[in-house]
Ligand binder design. Structure first.
Ligand SMILES: Cc1cc2nc3c(=O)[nH]c(=O)nc-3n(C[C@H](O)[C@H](O)[C@H](O)COP(=O)(O)OP(=O)(O)OC[C@H]3O[C@@H](n4cnc5c(N)ncnc54)[C@H](O)[C@@H]3O)c2cc1C
Ligand code: SF4
Length: 504
């Protein structure tokens, strides 16, 4: 007998597990992902995945038996379900989509060995490239630079490539046009499409909050889509209204509007509700029909075809060791304000408040605000990783871990980024409108009103100077550091120490 198994992040339309089954076979839908029980998750994230899974099951039109293991306080294990099927059948062939995180993949492999079940792994339709394509590209490369994988995939998929075989606009990347701060914003963004919850979703949210009474975040702001149709509608809305300004304001931060021109498509893409290539093609079409400028379209395409695919390749290439990397050997605990936004740092409060309300904050808030702070403050990467993995609606270990440990904390020592994304308050002042309302003064570095990002930034550089001396991309900042007096650095160190003790 063939047995298929589908997890809540494997809801693609063209699901290869389903097409492997016939009437006499059996499909297991397994909701209780182990990670839900291991770390604190946002209630909207669990509710979203469970509601999407139940809508998916309702839409299935297949003749075989379905075993639907729902989330509960004590769910049946995958092993126990398979064991019960073995007693009724002589031989089982288990069909699964390649689990997207390492732990689940190991668990499936172990269970299949233990029970003597043959396991057939299908490639995951929610990605554009296969893992063997990443391996092929990475073979013989000294360093794995995202930009080059992106260009390789652009050529391979023929996205934004003109008739002569060159990149549209004769450049691969228009990032230099995509760095406007919020002060340059003239047209207010159109609100992203949000969805009214039906009874299935309301029941799921209610059940999830019973099972996980201590889950993080607010439930009332939930208005995510939960079906393939919803995801397509969200894509159409983004392409029509916000793609045009996406590029220019990609790095801007508006404390009163956490969404700006971002697409909010990551949750849908990451559980299979939206095909990543469909999103890319829709953006490319907007460019070809003169509905959106190239800097926006290329910027959006690069995030999905470049970053998303690259990050997945990095995860699988370096796991399981990757998860334990801690380049700076940092040990501090995550401050409690990451869970309640109770901080006088206005930029941090805004990013965390949006996280609590929507299970979302956009990339620059994750990277340059909450991530930057954790980097400068020397927070232990494991603690930061567990926070990002739990609180964001789109968070799965394969994508969250390299973004957190690699891009944000440089805990991988330079696998993902060639230098740390560290910045003082001046960067946040340039990109956002938070500093004007802040308790701290972004133009001060020393003293009780000084912006913590400022003194922590210099302290971080001074602490790690020896390491950065070897990095040519850090030359400029290290030159600036060397111009600082001994007494300035001693004061910075003392001020940082006091501040970090106070926020513990
Ligand atoms: C510390 C940190 C943790 C992150 N954790 C996650 C995570 O758990 N899940 C996740 O999907 N993204 C993660 N990201 C990447 C990025 O922040 C989110 O993909 C993005 O904010 C999702 O919102 P959006 O759909 O509005 O994105 P948009 O700005 O509209 O971007 C379009 C799409 O590009 C893709 N994308 C953009 N940047 C990245 C990236 N760096 N890596 C992978 N895909 C990307 C996403 O699919 C996204 O939907 C993280 C970034 C950082 C710095
Ligand atoms: S002053 Fe500093 S802490 Fe306050 S909002 Fe600006 S960057 Fe953030």
């Amino acid at each position: 007998m063939n047995v298929g198994i589908i997890f809540p992040d494997q809801l693609s339309n063209n699901n290869p597990v389903i097409s492997s089954l016939s009437a006499e076979d059996c499909l297991i839908i397994y909701e209780p992902l182990p990670t839900f029980y291991e770390i604190s998750h946002h209630i909207q994230k669990i509710g979203f995945m469970i509601s999407a899974t139940r809508h998916y099951v309702d839409s299935l039109n297949i003749p075989c038996k379905i075993i639907h293991e729902k989330i509960s306080k004590k769910p049946q294990t995958i092993e126990a379900i398979l064991q019960s099927l073995i007693s009724n059948s002589t031989k089982i062939h288990l069909h699964a989509i390649e689990p997207s995180d390492y732990r689940l993949k190991s668990e499936l492999t172990l269970v299949s060995i233990k029970l003597g079940i043959e396991i057939i792994i299908h490639s995951d339709p929610k990605f554009i490239a296969s893992l063997s394509e990443f391996k092929l590209w990475a073979k013989d490369k000294k360093s794995l630079v995202q930009e080059f994988y992106y260009r390789w995939l652009r050529k391979k998929t023929n996205v934004l490539i003109n008739k002569e075989g060159n990149p549209e606009g004769n450049a691969w990347n228009f990032d230099k046009d995509n760095r406007q701060g919020i002060s340059k914003l003239k047209d207010a963004p159109i609100k992203p499409l949000r969805f009214k919850s039906n009874n299935i979703t309301i029941d799921c949210l209610y059940q999830c909050s019973e099972i996980f009474p201590n889950a993080f975040g607010k439930i009332d702001g939930f208005n995510w889509g939960v079906t393939h149709m919803d995801a397509l509608a969200a894509l159409d809305h983004f392409i029509e209204f916000n793609l045009g300004n996406y590029g220019a304001f990609q790095d801007a931060i508006d404390q009163d509007n956490p969404f700006l021109f971002h697409s909010l498509l990551s949750p849908y893409i990451n559980i299979g509700l939206l095909d990543p290539m469909a999103a890319i093609k829709a953006a490319e079409q907007a460019y070809l029909s003169n509905k959106a400028p190239l800097n926006s379209v290329e910027g959006f395409v690069r995030q999905i075809l470049g970053w998303r695919e690259y990050i997945r390749g990095i995860y699988w290439k370096f796991m399981p060791e990757y998860k334990n990397l801690n380049f700076f050997e940092t040990k501090s605990k995550l401050p409690s304000f990451y869970w309640n936004a109770n901080t006088k740092m206005q930029c941090m409060a805004a990013a965390i408040t949006s996280t609590i309300e929507y299970s979302y904050s956009h990339h620059i808030q994750r990277l340059m605000v909450t991530g930057n702070f954790a980097l400068l403050a020397g927070i232990n990467p494991k603690e930061v990783h567990e926070w990002y993995l739990g609180v964001y609606i789109d968070a799965f270990e394969w994508v969250e871990l390299p973004n957190t440990l690699g891009m944000s904390l440089y805990a991988d020592g330079g696998i993902v980024g060639s230098k740390p994304y560290c910045a003082s308050g001046q960067y946040i002042k340039r990109m956002s409108n938070s500093c004007k309302d802040c308790h701290y003064n972004v133009n001060e570095t020393i003293g009780k009103n000084a912006c913590p990002f400022n003194f922590l930034y210099w302290d971080f550089l001074a602490r790690n100077k020896k390491t950065f001396d070897r990095n040519p991309r850090m030359k400029l900042v290290i030159n600036n550091l060397e111009k600082k007096s001994e007494s300035f650095l001693a004061t910075i160190q003392q001020q940082s120490k006091i501040f970090l003790t106070e926020i513990k």
